[in-house]
Design a protein around this ligand. Structure first.
Ligand SMILES: *Cc1c(COP(=O)(O)O)cnc(C)c1O
Length: 368
């Protein structure tokens, strides 16, 4: 038995415990809980990290994507292109604004949206492309930006899984017009509750989104647009500032763990390991393998005390919520094949050499 959970916050949280407690005390003693100095500071710090002029802290990643689309005035009668194998949130954000999600198949190696398939999906009512840097690997943003420019489309990156990843040296979340990210606890940069941010270089969009997240109001009790309550509170902003100082070290550890998996799990059965695209970096939010024997492998690992998850078992086009789009099984075979064969192995900063070996040995014993 190994007893290795899929995700373990303990090593990270032990390290920052006193900083987190201090940040909690700061907020507690300030008696100021929403829209204050901690948020202002974190927004500056995250914009710096993300190499954008602005970051607007919001309630969660889904709301960040929703606000980005809304501020770009995309809505009813518009189509938005997104990968067929993303987490449901990307599609939901498109639905919230009344637009139609149009799914495009991913690259079979990287699992990220395949730029070669995008142009065929563009129609006269397409308004935007939403690339998702899935599992932590940057999409081929150069190719995507060329298409967007040529066809006059907005780009909204879903950067929930890829804080700090780069494509040809440029950080994800800094390519698009406005981009959403999530600080859900389990993400690479995670709050101690729900949180997210929009990143942008566009001052007008920054103003609009800042207004939209706070009741459509710039000046208290003056409501200029029908806004939302999608704010990031002071406690979470403070915790995120503490964690942001460690994200580069934690990402480095994730990459080291992934490299060890890559070495130890080479040429085993039909196991397919992650492939990183030329020009891209991968921050390994998830370490995802594929095998035709996924169900059995997951059970084998579970019996040995090793936690795994499936990201994701049902692609958006086959979800009941999207049955009104009238897709059927077989419409997006690449997304469906990934959904049927993928398995995410444990990966978290602080995972020991022993932990990694234990996972690898358990996988090897399954394929023997
Ligand atoms: C987590 C996630 C989201 C949504 O973030 P929340 O903070 O949970 O709302 C959106 N897209 C992707 C790809 C995600 O992984």
């Amino acid at each position: 038995m190994c007893a290795i959970p899929f995700l373990n916050f303990e090593p990270m949280h032990k390290l920052i415990r006193s900083e987190i407690m201090q940040s909690f005390q700061d907020v507690y003693d300030s008696n100021w809980f929403v829209m204050g100095k901690k948020l202002e500071l974190f927004e500056k710090e995250y914009a710096d990290f993300n190499n954008t002029k602005y970051a607007i802290g919001v309630s969660n990643g889904l709301d960040a994507l929703h606000l980005a689309l809304k501020a770009l005035k995309i809505g009813k009668g518009d189509e938005v292109i997104l990968p067929s194998n993303t987490y449901i949130a990307t599609a939901l954000a498109v639905s919230y604004i009344g637009a139609t999600p149009v799914f495009v198949e991913p690259d079979t190696n990287t699992y990220n949206i395949n730029p070669a398939n995008i142009e065929a999906a563009i129609t006269p009512i397409t308004k935007a492309i939403m690339p998702v840097h899935l599992y932590g690997q940057a999409c081929d943003m150069d190719a995507i930006m060329v298409i967007a420019k040529k066809r006059n489309l907005f780009v909204i990156e879903d950067n929930a899984q890829a804080h700090g990843a780069t494509f040809n040296g440029k950080v994800t979340g800094s390519f698009g017009n406005a981009n959403g990210t999530s600080f859900y606890p389990g993400k690479n940069l995670g709050a101690l509750g729900d949180a997210g941010a929009v990143t942008t270089n566009d001052e007008d969009l920054q103003k609009e989104i800042t207004m939209l997240r706070n009741y459509g109001s710039e000046k208290k009790y003056n409501n200029e647009v029908i806004g939302f309550n999608m704010r990031l509170d002071e406690l979470q902003a403070g915790f995120l500032s503490v964690k942001l100082k460690h994200i580069n070290e934690w990402t480095k550890q994730r990459i080291e763990i992934a490299n060890k998996y890559n070495c130890a799990l080479k040429n085993i059965g039909d196991l397919v390991l992650p492939i990183v695209h030329q020009g891209a970096t991968h921050v390994y939010h998830l370490y995802v393998v594929k095998t035709k024997n996924r169900t059995e492998l997951q059970k084998h690992l579970s019996d040995k005390g090793i936690g795994t998850l499936i990201h994701y078992p049902i692609p958006p086009h086959l979800q009941k919520a999207y049955s009104f789009l009238n897709y059927k099984k077989g419409d997006f075979p690449i997304a469906e094949e990934i959904a049927n064969t993928c398995l995410s192995l444990p990966i978290w900063p602080g995972m020991t050499e022993e932990n990694i070996e234990c996972v690898c040995n358990a996988i090897k014993s399954f394929f023997k």
